[in-house]
Design a binder for this molecule. Sequence first.
Ligand code: SAM
Length: 652
Amino acid sequence: MKISTASLDWKSESPHSNQYEDIYFNPEDGISESFYVFLEANKSPQLFKESHDACITIAETGFGTGLNFILTASEWLKHSPKQSKLKYISVEKFPLSRSDLQKALKQWPQFQEISIAILEQYPCPQAGYHTITINHSHIELLLMFGDAAESYSRLNAKVDAWYLDGFAPSKNPDMWSPELFREIARLSKPGTTFSTFTAAGIVKRGLRDVGFDVRKQKGFGRKREMLVGTFVENQAPKTIDKPWFELPASAKPKGVTIIGGGLSGCLTAQALAERGVKVTLLEQENQLATGGSGNPQGALYAKLPVKQTTQGELHLSGFLYSVNMLKRLDPEESFWSQCGVMQLATSDKELARQNNLIEQETYPQELVSLKGAEELSEIANTSVNFDGLFFPSAGWVSPRALCEHFVDHPNISVVQQQVNDLSFAEGHWQLATKSGEFLSASHVVICNAEMANQFNQTDHLPLKTIRGQVSITQAKATNNQLNSVVCGDGYISPAHNQQYCFGATYDLQGKERNVTQDDHESNLEKLSKVLPDIHADLAAESNDLQGRTAFRCSTPDYMPIVGPAPVQDQFIETFAQLRKDRKWHFENAKAEHHPNLYVNTGHGSKGLITCPISAELLASMICDEPLPLPKDVIDAINPARFIIKKLIKQTI
Ligand code: SAM
């Protein structure tokens, strides 16, 4: 959902909120006040020095101009050991517009590097979770756009220190609510600290009631008092809504073995390697990305629903995450291009849907807008037959090049091995290979697409394949030059390495591995409907078309499968009561998982937007860090969901 940006008054260099009639920071000495009230009061610099190899989590209410964040990030860079990590979580109901943020950050040139990184990755005003990565993943800012209590209620994290900012309780009583205090307690552990500029009774009592030891101390400058404190215990009884989705405890491992060298495997490897984990990536073929991830180009965009759905939220968060990741890691655009994507309305029904999507203002205009065929033709540099949606920040990616780039990392070794069997004994996994070897691993992530259910431990995963063929042809100098990705019934990207790649067929039954002329014809026909001039050029070469066939690995609910591998028999036993009562309240029921065994598969044709965020999610789970997606979205991709659905439907 699109959200409103902050309405500001710039009184001198210090912004003032029209929504709350309050200031963002002390105009006389904002830096010193923030440092005193939040960093010093929580002893953040000391926490950072002693962080060793750990992940330190700071959470804040009210991101505002990001001053607290940049101060914290800069202190972190001064003090923290090399392998440790800062996760800074913040929430913002009315994000500053990009230009206001730019203006605010300009005031602190000493933090220019961090400010540039924030601005480059600053999200459009879209509700949900957004990740900004700084300094090779050593700092991650999870920026949640939305209301504080609601956003924190979806978070899975254990916080070390809270910066309770947000406008004064007298100006903003809604934020300082019992719901927010309950969430703060849920996300705290014994010893978690907090500090806040206010000494208001409602804050003092609210935090005391949920288990904090609250103390007053001298406020900054002329201010008399402020509050600090430490979490002692959670006084609310722990209620677990869906115990089957509870994640197993984990601690950052030294090494992880990954099975499968496609997009999901390579990105998971990279996300772990960036955290200092040694990764062994096992791939049965003699090169990476030979399956569904091996096409020369794939469209990078999210097909958005009119009304927000869990799937839509995953796709949009994933899309925004992928774009930021690519901008950061390949700024020269050597294996991707941010050339924009048009999604054409090739039927009246689709046009009505697109009109509805725009009228309801579900998404900000900088993300997507509706354009007429004429304007789209200008953008594409060739005639386009339909009106449609245009996504200016979208584009295409060469998935194989991306895989190769990502595993080129000192912490990753790629080994050609086919794993046939997995067994767990004496605290370790044994991987039996086709060549008769046994490899040992403490942690395993299964990323081998539709073969992910070949193991005893995962044979319950319902995976299916969808055959797809792309057509590939030389782009001649005399041809029309396409400038952006066009999606109609199929898709085509601008030429890359002097080749056009277009398609793809979508065949739920097909098992044929060879490239077929029929499929070339079908791809050309889809093209003729939307891009007549490009079609005329490429059809002239139709006898010379090359192609590639691959099988997308999909799931019954078209959501990927990402998370710990459940022990099916134990799940059936523990949650058997669901067969009789889907709303049964379980007391002390524990979801049982195979130790340190994870799955990342089923990305279908959406791998470019779901694999990067899923890899980040899995690496965070495995290394015991806050998770980058809301809990309900994580539940929707949990590998155990199929067992639970079957129990409820009484089909197991
Ligand atoms: N920490 C910020 C900094 O370092 O620049 C300053 C924060 S400013 C004083 C307070 C912020 O809290 C504003 O940006 C405001 O929009 C935000 N806010 C107020 N109520 C909120 C709520 N219920 N949920 C999320 N954010 C809220």
